[in-house]
Design a protein around this ligand. Structure first.
Ligand code: CA2
Length: 141
């Protein structure tokens, strides 16, 4: 049984309330349920967490190995473009981290082209919508 920590960054708690043309119509809870359904044949445990606070996400990354997680899937949201702290936290751990984005950040505003956290990750998916989460888990089985 592999154990995954699924981390979600700022404002993703508001998914489903606006901009469905960019992010889809699902809430984060609906994406969690969808991801678990897609992986029901696999021997995996998924622990979901969302925070709007950078340092809380940093702490979760630090503690992941001690809590026996095998990998982290992270959507750092806007922190992807700004956070050296999350980048450094990912660099400081040995377990693999895959970054996911619902939207294709390269099709959008130029400030979303800067991907600081992705530089510390083993892989990145962007533009596959909610399917990115279960595909990212599969990539680490
Ligand atoms: O495409 C993604 O998954 C993003 O990580 C989502 C972030 C954005 O800042 C990144 O550039 C790309 C934004 C998440 C907030 O999404 C909301 C959706 C609906 C209502 C409010 C916020």
């Amino acid at each position: 049984m592999k154990k995954f920590l699924i981390l979600n960054g700022p404002n993703l708690n508001l998914l489903g309330t606006r901009e469905p043309e960019i992010y889809g119509a699902d809430t984060l809870s609906a994406i969690e349920a969808y991801t678990k359904k897609k992986l029901e044949q696999e021997k995996v445990e998924l622990v979901w967490f969302q925070s709007n606070i950078e340092g809380v996400l940093v702490d979760k990354i630090h503690h992941a190995a001690a809590l026996n997680f095998d990998a982290i899937i992270i959507n750092p949201a806007a922190y992807s473009h700004t956070s050296i702290a999350i980048h450094d936290a990912i660099k400081s751990i040995k377990i693999p981290v895959v970054e996911v984005h619902l939207s294709n950040v390269h099709k959008r505003e130029s400030f979303r082209e800067t991907l600081l956290t992705a530089k510390a990750c083993v892989a990145i998916m962007s533009g596959l919508g909610k399917d990115a989460y279960w595909l990212a888990v599969k990539s680490q089985l």
